[in-house]
Design a protein around this ligand. Sequence first.
Ligand code: NAI
Ligand SMILES: O=C(O)C1=N[C@H](C(=O)O)C[C@H](O)C1
Length: 250
Amino acid sequence: MTERVRVAVLGAGGRMGATVCRAVEEAPDLELVARLGQDDDVAALAGRADVAVDFTVPSVTEANVHALLDAGVHAVVGTTGWDADALERVADHAARVEGLGVLVAPNFALSAVLAMELAARAARWFESVEVVELHHPDKVDAPSGTAVATARHIAAARREAGLGPAPDATQTQLDGARGAVVDGVHVHAVRLRGLVAHEEILLGNPGEQLTIRTDSFDRVSFMPGVLLAVRNVARRPGLTVGLEHLLDLA
Ligand SMILES: NC(=O)C1=CN([C@@H]2O[C@H](COP(=O)(O)OP(=O)(O)OC[C@H]3O[C@@H](n4cnc5c(N)ncnc54)[C@H](O)[C@@H]3O)[C@@H](O)[C@H]2O)C=CC1
Ligand SMILES: O=C(O)C1=N[C@H](C(=O)O)C[C@H](O)C1
């Protein structure tokens, strides 16, 4: 019999962490060996866990990943709030330790990953584009990590195609009325009781509109992607950003 992958979950008491714990417990090839909360020591996972999954908060996730690398544990990270500098520090650290993988993904739901990919492919063909993300009101960051990543992918595609800014005649506005601007793309964040995680990418041309929409109605939607990452992270030493790299989409 092959050995089961030993998995630890950081943020295990949270909405995502608890769902991940259940998914790992139900997977025959995985073994849940630790549930860590706010005051638990990541270093204690050395020799006990093969892979750790982090769904904590933006303010601690980078430190958790460095501690996991120091402990010799592969990391799968769903927590948002990563910027280019933090990713570079983790890539440098991962390059210095032998054979350890870190996978950071703003969204593990297949529909969301595909929506991002489709938006990036469509972006060069439309004059206008804006992103609207809609989430439960307990979310601590805005805009969502997924919306930020979506906007960055769209902006890169527009730059590559030589497109300038989207048309916008606004001269006066209330603060925030046009949303946040990520790499030149307007991103709007809605917080509403009853929602889980949703995003619309609106692309417009004279006389036509393309709407790409993804809906996570339940956190189980993220689990196939999380488990795929847990099973594959050890095969990808260094830093991988985005689940698309495991789905043959990148
Ligand atoms: N990549 C993806 O597919 C998804 C990402 N997320 C992201 O995951 C993160 C967590 O989301 P939720 O579970 O909804 O939040 P939550 O607030 O329900 O859970 C966060 C948990 O982390 C714990 N925590 C805080 N500091 C910690 C530390 N230093 N060590 C260990 N645990 C610590 C908290 O006590 C809490 O239990 C957010 O950044 C969210 O945006 C959420 C859903 C899907
Ligand atoms: O906090 C959440 O709930 C979610 N966070 C991630 C994000 O910020 O993109 C992923 C998903 O949207 C759910």
